[in-house]
Design a protein around this ligand. Structure first.
Ligand code: TYD
Length: 137
């Protein structure tokens, strides 16, 4: 999907000593990292997200537990399981995303290309689809 893809990061180590996954802005993370936030203690029946961003780029990780992420770009819909700390889901501009099926004790970490800005959010699904259509030349 354009603007959305699963990235497999390096896992340095072994089952004997454990693993380390390094993340570097503008290297294996495809933008300058300006913000990091966590999502945790989410009740298993609660879905989150339900928005797209106009410009923001993010990489979503599941550091502990597992979650599924539904992504939609107007042409395609996918459900991507995040179930290991070395997997990151790149979500660029104009991708509607919903996180659901949070396993108990799941901890997500999100790296973002910019500071929090509510104006960058599209929280209305109808508006999201209208904006996609107006972007088509
Ligand atoms: P939101 O992005 O809607 O969460 P989710 O996609 O996980 O459902 O954010 C929830 C609330 O937190 C909302 O009031 C905005 C606020 N918030 C910040 O203040 N700073 C941030 O960096 C983020 C991501 C959210």
């Amino acid at each position: 999907m354009k603007n959305c893809r699963l990235i497999e990061f390096h896992r340095i180590g072994s089952t004997d000593v454990g693993y380390l996954t390094p993340l570097e802005g503008n290297k294996n993370i495809p933008f300058d990292i300006k913000r990091v936030y966590y999502i945790y203690d989410v009740p298993t029946e609660i879905p989150r997200g339900f928005h797209a961003h106009r410009k923001l780029e993010q990489v979503l990780f599941c550091l502990q537990g597992s979650v599924r992420v539904k992504v939609e770009d107007g042409e395609k819909t996918d459900v991507i399981p995040l179930d290991a700390p070395h997997k990151g889901l790149y979500v660029g501009p104009m991708v509607w995303h919903e996180m659901f099926d949070f396993e108990e004790n799941t901890v997500m970490m999100v790296l973002a290309s910019d500071y929090y800005e509510e104006k960058d959010y599209i929280r209305d699904y109808e508006e999201f689809n209208e904006l996609l259509n107006t972007d088509i030349i």
